[in-house]
Design a protein around this ligand. Structure first.
Ligand code: TXA
Ligand code: MG
Length: 361
């Protein structure tokens, strides 16, 4: 008689955490991480946008492990990361002259482009799609790791599906410890929101997710660029074109409400809403800015950055949402930001986290 023993221990592994100083990765770490990736394992690593969870993109079983570790729906395709332009040939079938121009301007950097995929890429990596999302990250650690791992590394954000993306290694550890082979800790990321996604399979190219490479920056290089109307607001009847944008991503545990209007009115309204909820016994978090934090009265008050430099706001967005989760906050009230430049990416993530709940004063 044969007996099959299901052993849950197989799913638990010791996650090795390696600290990188001054953006320099040593050869021993590179070799070890490269070996893990080439043998089908998972390595989380810093990029300039958010931490990524890497696996060999050309190995269907390795990609499957990403979905399992994150609890990610299988129809949500992965971004394939490359370290040099020549790598595009193997994984795509058509790269237009405009795409090459954009690559020349913004790669390496926080931009992902979508192309028709070649047969070398398994459907397990593209969520069953005939297209492939490709990015060449700006982070040097990321590019060295991609090369060490064979040149084609699928990497979604290294968070549990539905949680805010990780911007420090501790966030990755909080979500994925025991589920992946290695975490490379390169300190806080530079940008803090995920890459811009640009669909190059349509003319004119279409932005499917706003990021640090803005519409204006793209139009400066190739002329007209459109934006997927499916990502604009809650009322849109059209589904977002990037499968991942339809999920309630970036979600804090608390109910988040954005308050929009002139600064004085916003502060007054948030103080009033916070008072009401606290009187009912709830734990309240407030997202203010350097310019306003001193004006809030009570609750867990956090400055997300300064309006004088909105990049600071992008950089702190996810860690503030995670901090509120840790404090078991029930209601979060946030100021609103102008949807221009990096502000488009900030508001896109904030609105999604809020389920598009916005109060105008
Ligand atoms: O900055 C980033 O892009 C980070 C770092 C790690 O590089 N990665 C990242 O990956 O944000 P992820 O998996 O969290 O988001 C990928 C998004 C999803 O919304 C997915 O649906 C979309 O890209 N995507 C991937 N392939 C696609 C395709 N072929 N067509 C349309 N959307 C695609
Ligand atoms: Mg993600």
């Amino acid at each position: 008689m044969s007996v099959t023993i299901e052993c849950s221990i197989i799913n638990f592994m010791k996650t090795k955490i390696i600290n990188i100083q001054n953006n320099k990765i040593d050869q021993t770490t590179l070799r070890e991480a490269g070996y893990i990736l080439k043998s089908g394992g998972l390595v989380a690593f810093p990029t300039e946008t958010v931490y990524g969870l890497g696996a060999d993109a050309l190995n269907e079983e390795a990609s499957a492990k990403i979905y399992a570790a994150k609890g990610r729906p299988s129809d949500n395709p992965l971004i394939v990361h490359i370290a040099e332009l020549a790598a595009l040939d193997k994984i795509t079938t058509a790269v237009s002259a405009s795409a090459l121009q954009i690559a020349k301007s913004y790669w390496p950097g926080p931009l992902t482009m979508i192309f028709p995929k070649s047969e070398a890429v398994p459907y397990g990596t593209t969520g069953g799609l005939d297209s492939i999302a490709v990015r060449m990250p700006g982070s040097l650690i990321a590019r060295e790791l991609i090369k060490a791992g064979g040149g084609y590394i699928a990497a979604p954000s290294a968070n549990t599906s539905g949680r805010p993306s990780p911007t420090i290694a501790q966030h990755v550890e909080d979500d994925l410890d025991g589920k992946i082979e290695m975490i490379i800790d390169g300190g806080p990321v530079e940008i803090g929101v995920e890459s811009t996604i640009l669909d190059m399979t349509v003319t004119p190219p279409m932005i499917l997710r706003p990021g640090a490479v803005t519409k204006k920056m793209l139009e400066d290089v190739v002329g007209e660029v459109t934006v997927d109307i499916g990502i604009m607001d809650a009322e849109s009847t059209q589904a977002p074109k990037a499968p991942g944008m339809k999920y309630r991503h970036y979600a804090p545990k608390a109910k988040l409400c954005i308050v929009e209007g002139a600064e004085r009115d916003v502060v007054e309204k948030i103080n009033q809403l916070a008072r009401e909820k606290q009187a009912q016994g709830y734990r309240v978090g407030i997202i203010g800015t350097e310019e306003t934090v001193g004006k809030y009265e009570d609750g867990f008050i956090k400055s997300i950055g300064t309006r004088a430099d909105e990049n600071t706001i992008a950089a702190h967005l996810y860690s503030v949402l995670r901090a509120f989760d840790k404090e078991e906050i029930d209601y979060i009230y946030s100021e609103s930001f102008i949807q221009d430049g990096i502000g488009s990416a900030i508001m896109n993530r904030l609105l999604k986290a809020a389920g598009y709940h916005i109060v105008k004063v």
